[in-house]
Design a protein around this ligand. Structure first.
Ligand code: MG
Length: 362
């Protein structure tokens, strides 16, 4: 028994490291919700979750009022039982984004505790497939950037030896998207993966039209082409184009992924450990995808996802969007275009406790 003796939750705001816009939204600030769980053997697990600008205080309220009071006295080792109990206690608000984000903050704290108790890093405790994983860049591909900036950013990334770059699409005209993409393909050459992300902005008809226009550029994937709740639209698109269709950052349960996979609507899953409710359901989605011979390229959270992609055999890529540098003492390690999974026991995120305290807002 490893008894939970105390829990805490709090909210920290981090300004965006650079302007980031896509076809439907801007990243306003990172609301980072922390959970700490103390056990009777003197260990503390630290977990976190996030929003890109709204709802953070709702996540915090759900944690403080409903979820954390259920943990005291329970065995921290029984992560599945705790996850199931907390999920059952929120039936009135699940499946839902706020609930999943709150569950994730607890679940990642429990996994941090589990790994610290084992003296092992997350990537090995969660599966242990390999210690480093390919990294692709999103930070140089935002929609507000000029073609000149896109080309310069992609060139720098490829010159550094990284294997992939992603660009936002969703300019009003097909020709503008195509011109920007063509300029980047020309500078990166044929051997680098080039991905596009529409952030759910197209109708199914427009998505098919753009996919046909983009296809000669040999894209590695077309991400969130249409609204995430239109599984049939994704399935039709996937059947009509040679470009792999990627989805997952806007899905909040294992069951939603099951439907996409059963219907052949996702060629790549981008399950996000915060939005799915933590590491426990993240691994279920990754293993489910493996059964469908589908790879996992998670959304955002590179500091956490590096260890999860490293844990599973069908992990393909980690997404480069640095956003935790204000709260951490060391950065994600990168070698030869690969992100290196931390070897420290726990999640492997080197929190700067003073910086976290300084930015705390609730
Ligand atoms: Mg995306």
């Amino acid at each position: 028994m490893r008894t939970i003796v105390a829990t805490r939750a709090y909210l920290v705001d981090i300004p965006v490291e650079q302007v980031r816009t896509d076809a439907v939204q801007a990243f306003l600030k990172q609301e980072t919700v922390f959970v700490e769980i103390d056990s009777d053997d003197g260990l503390t697990g630290t977990g976190y979750s996030y929003t890109i600008g709204t709802g953070g205080r709702s996540v915090l309220a759900l944690l403080r009022e409903t979820l954390l009071p259920r943990l005291e006295g329970r065995d921290a080792r029984c992560v599945e039982a705790l996850w199931a109990d907390l999920h059952a206690s929120t039936r009135a608000t699940s499946v839902g984004a706020i609930t999943s984000l709150a569950l994730a903050a607890v679940d990642t704290a429990l996994w941090d505790l589990r790994c610290r108790a084992a003296g092992e890093p997350l990537w090995r405790v969660a599966g242990g497939y390999r210690s480093r994983v390919p990294l692709y860049d999103t930070e140089g591909g935002w929609l507000q950037l000029s073609t000149e900036d896109l080309v310069a950013g992609a060139k720098a990334t490829v010159d550094a030896g990284w294997p992939g770059v992603k660009m936002k699409v969703g300019k009003p005209g097909v020709a503008e998207d195509l011109a920007r993409l063509s300029a980047v393909r020309e500078v990166v050459g044929p051997h680098v993966d080039l991905m596009v992300d529409a952030n759910q902005s197209f109708t199914p008809a427009e998505a098919r039209r753009r996919a046909a226009a983009f296809a000669p550029l040999d894209l590695a994937w077309f991400e969130e082409p249409v609204p995430a709740d239109d599984v049939a639209g994704h399935a039709r698109l996937a059947a009509s184009t040679t470009i792999p269709v990627a989805v997952g950052e806007s899905l909040y349960s294992v069951g939603q992924f099951r439907e996409y996979l059963e219907r052949g609507a996702a060629s790549i899953v981008q399950v996000d450990a915060a939005r799915i409710g933590g590491i426990t359901p993240w691994l279920k989605v990754a293993h489910l995808a493996e059964a469908f011979d589908v790879v996992v390229c998670p959304h955002f959270l590179m500091e956490l996802h590096v260890s999860l992609v490293a844990a599973v055999p069908n992990g393909r890529y980690v997404e480069h969007i640095p956003q935790l540098r204000a709260l951490t003492r060391t950065e994600l390690a990168v070698e030869d275009g690969h992100a290196v999974a931390p070897e420290e026991p726990g999640l492997g995120i080197d929190w700067d406790r003073d910086a976290v305290d300084d930015r705390r807002v609730a």
